[in-house]
Design a protein around this ligand. Structure first.
Ligand SMILES: [Zn+2]
Length: 286
């Protein structure tokens, strides 16, 4: 299996997890904790406390043109870091387990595309993906890279200094308010004027029902549900654990720190994903 290096840190007992995943047809539900090793921050740290950044909401984005403008100015600057992020050993281990026929579908709450970049297939992006835009008027979906080229053309001199060097999970950075007026936003090319939105589900927005149905179907046809790097704080992910429990499908949770699903889990590993997943892949996918 190449590409997955052996962990240097001590890994807790993985027998129960290996047994569950080794049975095959495991469905993965992944969260932000899987991408922190790739430099993409989590909204919540290991302690579960909310970071100071307030994420963009659907209400602000759709009803407040200034808020939307602010988002795109910040996103224009933060996009480089998201676009430059690379899959880590955890992503590659999940892909290796999938290659070995042990993991079936992957449901991810992440919008960074790193599962796919790490070689995984059959990835259901529950909250969409930052690599595309959608027009709020005509629904046209276009590559984000295309928008980035257009924005660079009309913003040749826009190089504001971020307030700090931390990029947010939404792919934006904090910018001083006075910098925003210097930013020019462009509209949808397909309909000639519709406002663009990243193709991600913002806070306060509902996940499209067909996407939720597909995720439930994947969970219900699985032999096990393996949660990776999510504290399951929001119902958007937690509901799949509840469904698995109802269906009698065993649940494993690998996460640093406590999660809301701990009392529903048949297997619980509280350790860094960057150690656990490569060790699991080494054991099962060779
Ligand atoms: Zn449009």
């Amino acid at each position: 299996m190449g590409g997955v290096t052996a962990p240097l840190t001590v890994v807790p007992d993985l027998d129960d997890l290996a047994r569950l995943v080794g049975n095959g047809n495991a469905v993965v539900l992944s969260g932000a904790g899987l991408s922190t090793d790739s430099g993409i921050p989590d909204y919540r740290g290991a302690t579960g406390s909310l970071r100071r950044h307030t994420p963009m909401t659907w209400q602000t984005f759709t009803r407040d043109p200034r808020g939307r403008h602010r988002y795109w100015a910040r996103s224009f600057v933060g996009w480089r870091q998201i676009a430059g992020a690379r899959p880590n050993a955890g992503h590659r281990a999940v892909a290796a387990l999938q290659d070995a026929g042990l993991v079936g579908g992957i449901i991810t709450q992440n919008v960074d595309g790193l599962h796919q970049a790490g070689g995984a297939t059959d990835v259901l992006e529950l909250h969409g993906g930052l690599d595309r835009t959608v027009c709020l008027q005509c629904g046209d979906v276009a590559p984000r890279a295309e928008l980035d080229l257009r924005l660079r053309e009309v913003n040749p001199g826009f190089r504001p200094e971020p307030v700090d060097d931390e990029v947010n999970p939404d792919g934006d950075v904090e910018l001083p308010e006075e910098a925003l007026d210097g930013f020019v936003m462009v509209d949808c090319l397909a309909c000639g004027g519709g406002p663009l939105k990243p193709d991600v589900v913002f806070f306060g927005e509902t996940v499209p029902p067909d996407r939720v149905a597909a995720a439930y179907a994947a969970v219900c046809s699985a032999r096990s549900l393996v949660v990776l790097g999510s504290s399951l704080t929001v119902m958007s992910g937690y509901r799949f654990v509840l469904r698995a429990e109802k269906e009698g499908i065993p649940v494993a949770i690998v996460n640093c720190g406590p999660t809301r699903g701990d009392d529903k889990a048949d297997v619980r590993v509280d350790a860094p994903l960057g150690s656990v997943l490569p060790a699991l892949a080494d054991r099962l996918a060779r």
